[in-house]
Design a protein around this ligand. Structure first.
Ligand code: HEM
Length: 504
């Protein structure tokens, strides 16, 4: 009788205890199935090493851990082990010298829901190889027979300057204008057309990209990746994102069907046309990757990977000019000497502008926008630096450990363009400039020279026309970037833009 009473009153505690025991048992089993992973701090059940990792700046925690455990170590993020590779040499050994094994891509619950391992950025194996070389080839060929990337960027930079000039004496939010402008640039590259920002068609790709990054900044993203099925039952930004993605997928399907009716296969005009031509060429081949399943993900890759990264970098660049007015003045002096005020900047100008080039590099280095790149995954069981890393293990290339390495940069912890200049003021390449990753899985945009072109032409076009001024004195301006788990973005702000020269 007594025993029954005890059981009845403590039923909830008993259920919880059983759940914890089952989870612990599964966790122990999982941990031992990984065998001898590289060393690392001892994990505790369920949480792993999460208590030792600063969730706002995990890269900083990993850099600290690498001082104790070396350049290859394991951290447990919850019940999942992650191997972190730190320092230039180890990153090169892994992602270049053993690239075949290290260049798989790890997915999260969110990315699986969005593109389900299709497209370039989140696929693996032969699919990734085929679609990556297709995207490289078709973006490279854009411009043969139609407008080049440089012309498209110059045209968009002109519209951006016009948009800024409409602010006169009132404050402006540069990030908003830059994001709109770069989304439009991708509309031009992928679909060969651009829009007014309030056009409902412009919103079809603007909305999902904007919502995606907005969600990544929130705790909801972390919770979704831990337990998607439970989080799906609750309201939140994820529903907004999935709705916007479904709308974009439907739009892209309709656009493809419309274009396929009278496509001139000998004269594709944009990335989308080139994909459709391949679809027609390989129609009927069961193994083809040029199908509707990969069409939206390939478009999504370019918009998702190329827009927030570049607009955030440019927004941060303008903030740094406000924070360091003397650097802004030096850049403007170089612009005035090399470009003047009567023509638009060109890609060739960059080689004659070492100071501006160094400033843009330093903005990217100090910002360290993707401190662990995008998570990689082992493609097979591998021995690396005498440790065994099993197939399927998630691997982080700790790019921050190189970007802030005092052996590679004179002043790694300061914003200092001298990090990319020699004693004669000549631009100095630096192997440690790993903002785009290293090896075959590095940034596809960088391999095409897209960010280099966009950042240079947008930055110089803006500083040719305007001087950026803060709403408070430079010393009071917070120019740090905003960190959210494994990503970093520009801090939002408003400022004044003072016209230097009239529009060209
Ligand atoms: C400031 C600008 C940019 C930065 C800092 C940046 C950075 C990166 C990084 C760190 C990676 C991951 C590399 C790795 O996993 O090891 C990456 C991948 C990628 N980036 Fe960029 N990126 C930028 C702009 C662009 C642009 C403009 C495009 C589009 C044309 C682009 C397309 C991609 C794609 C498709 C991938 C996935 C590549 C693959 O998995 O094979 N990125 N980027």
């Amino acid at each position: 009788m007594d025993l029954l009473h005890v059981l009845q009153t403590n039923i909830l505690s008993i259920i919880m205890a059983i759940v914890v025991i089952i989870l612990l048992w599964k966790y122990m089993g999982k941990q031992s199935s990984y065998g001898r992973l590289p060393p690392g701090p001892s994990p505790i059940p369920l949480l792993g090493n999460l208590l030792q990792v600063d969730l706002k700046r995990p890269d900083k925690s990993y850099m600290k851990l690498s001082k104790t455990y070396g350049s290859v170590f394991t951290v447990w993020l919850g019940s999942k082990p992650v191997v972190v590779i730190s320092g230039y040499q180890a990153i090169k050994d892994a992602f270049v010298n053993q690239g075949e094994e290290f260049n798989g891509r790890a997915n999260s619950a969110i990315t699986l829901k969005l593109v389900n391992e299709h497209g370039v950025g989140l696929s693996n194996g032969q699919r990734w190889k085929t679609l990556r070389s297709f995207s490289l080839m078709s973006l490279k060929n854009l411009g043969k027979g139609c407008r080049s990337l440089e012309e498209r960027v110059q045209e968009e930079a002109k519209s951006l300057v016009k948009a800024f000039s409409e602010y006169g004496d009132s404050t402006v939010n540069p990030k908003e204008l830059l994001f709109h402008s770069i989304i439009n640039l991708f509309w031009s590259i992928v679909f060969g057309r651009k829009f007014e920002y309030n056009d409902p068609e412009f919103q079809i790709l603007y909305k999902p990209v904007y919502t995606y990054f907005d969600m990544l900044k929130s705790k909801m993203a972390m919770l979704y990746n831990i337990s998607p099925r439970i989080v799906e039952c609750f309201p939140g930004k994820h529903h907004e994102l999935f709705k916007a993605i479904d709308k974009a997928k439907a739009y892209i399907r309709e656009e493809a069907d419309r274009r396929l009716k009278n496509l001139d296969t000998s004269n594709p005009q944009d990335y989308f046309d080139v994909f459709l031509v391949k679809m027609l060429e390989e129609k009927g081949q069961p193994e083809t990757e040029f199908n509707y399943d990969n069409l939206f993900p390939c478009v999504w890759d370019l918009f998702a990977a190329g827009t927030e990264t570049q607009s955030s970098t440019l927004s941060h660049a303008c903030l740094m000019m406000i924070k360091y007015p003397d650097i802004q003045e030096k850049v403007q002096k170089e612009i005035d000497e090399v470009i003047g005020s009567n023509r638009v900047p060109t890609v060739d100008d960059r080689h004659k502008m070492p100071y501006t080039d160094a400033v843009i590099h330093e903005i990217q280095r100090s910002m360290s926008l993707a401190p662990i790149a995008f998570p990689h995954q082992m493609t097979r069981d591998t021995t690396f630096h005498s440790y065994r890393i099993p197939k399927g293990t998630t691997v982080f290339p700790l790019l921050s450990s190189v970007l802030f390495d005092p052996k590679l940069f004179k002043n790694p912890d300061q914003f200092d363009p001298e990090n990319f200049l020699d004693d004669n003021g000549v631009f100095k390449e630096n192997n440690g400039f790993l903002v785009f990753g290293l090896g075959k899985r590095c940034c596809l945009g960088d391999e095409m020279g897209i960010p280099r072109t966009v950042l240079f032409l947008f930055f110089t076009s803006l500083l040719q026309r305007f001087t950026f001024r803060g709403t408070k004195p430079p010393e009071e301006i917070d120019a740090s970037v905003v960190s959210y788990f494994h990503g970093r973005l520009a801090r939002p702000y408003t400022c004044y833009v003072k016209l230097r020269t009239p529009n060209i």
